[in-house]
Design a protein around this ligand. Structure first.
Ligand SMILES: [Zn+2]
Length: 273
């Protein structure tokens, strides 16, 4: 007689497994700890809605630029289908959400990248939203905070995607010329064309612990002949030691850190209050 296989168990919705230490956690505890593992401290990736929840004053975030979506300008194979699937699954139009919010009642212009939407890749819509968030900081006379989470440029938009590096960099310059502080927060991962454009030229750069930060990935670097790759290569900690980051901040301290930075750097701005 053949042994009967037990029926597959549906995952218990009250529990979640840590992606770092693999320990099973109570969902309620995990959420109360801002999606950081209480056991190993692994900072899990957030959706843009969760990022809003842990960062901005309750009910203060207003999403803007809602009419922007990509038109598949290069007619790249399967792009339209993948884009539509991501939109339907995640209830957002593209990988970046932009708007205005308040941190300890200080007005902030922001853009939040969500890695769950096509790897957070920067196409023409993401680039436009980031540029608009910076221009809105100039217009409203308030600080700009951008949350980065991206594998890089969106290959389905080819050169149009790479042009976003120039556009967002020019927008950073507009902030600088107008005395608008710009703070970048590197979350897991901040890579390639995003790191090589607006992300790495902020006035203040902070990162979440262990976030992947780099240009090419470790495997590509090894294939390119980089012989001695340290164990924590391309983590926030490695990049901090190399002098590219100002500070690594735990998620539980992120809101108070941003509040302090925006208050200090934006004290001269009329629009902050
Ligand atoms: Zn863990």
């Amino acid at each position: 007689m053949l042994a009967r296989k037990s029926a597959p168990q549906a995952p218990n919705p009250n529990f979640v497994q840590c992606k770092g230490c693999k320990k099973t956690l109570f969902l309620a505890d995990f959420e109360a700890n801002l999606w950081v593992c209480p056991n190993c401290g692994h900072h899990h990736r957030l959706t843009w809605q969760q990022r809003v929840e842990v960062t901005f004053d309750i009910g203060s975030f207003e999403q803007l630029d809602l009419d922007l979506y990509s038109g598949d300008p290069l007619e790249f194979p399967e792009y339209e289908e993948k884009y539509a699937q991501a939109q339907a699954k995640l209830d957002q139009k593209d990988s970046v959400v932009s708007g205005l919010g308040r941190i300890d009642n200080k007005l902030i212009s922001t853009a939040i990248a969500d890695f769950h939407f096509m790897g957070g890749s920067m196409g023409s819509v993401a680039g436009e939203k980031i540029a608009r968030a910076m221009e809105r900081g100039v217009e409203k006379n308030c600080p700009v905070v951008i949350f980065c989470a991206s594998g890089g440029a969106r290959m389905q938009e080819g050169l149009l995607s790479l042009m976003q590096m120039a556009k967002t960099t020019a927008a950073v310059d507009a902030c600088r010329r107008n005395g608008i502080p710009y703070i970048a927060v590197f979350t897991d991962p901040t890579m390639a064309g995003v790191l090589a454009s607006y992300a790495s030229i902020a006035d203040v750069i902070i990162a979440e612990p262990k976030a992947l930060v780099g240009f090419a990935g470790a495997r590509v670097s090894a294939q390119a002949g980089v012989s001695k790759i340290p164990g924590d290569f391309q983590t926030a900690e490695f990049v901090f030691r190399s002098g590219m980051l100002d500070r690594i901040v735990e998620r539980s301290e992120m809101k108070s850190t941003l509040s302090q930075l925006c208050g200090l750097l934006g004290a001269h701005l009329k629009g902050i209050n």
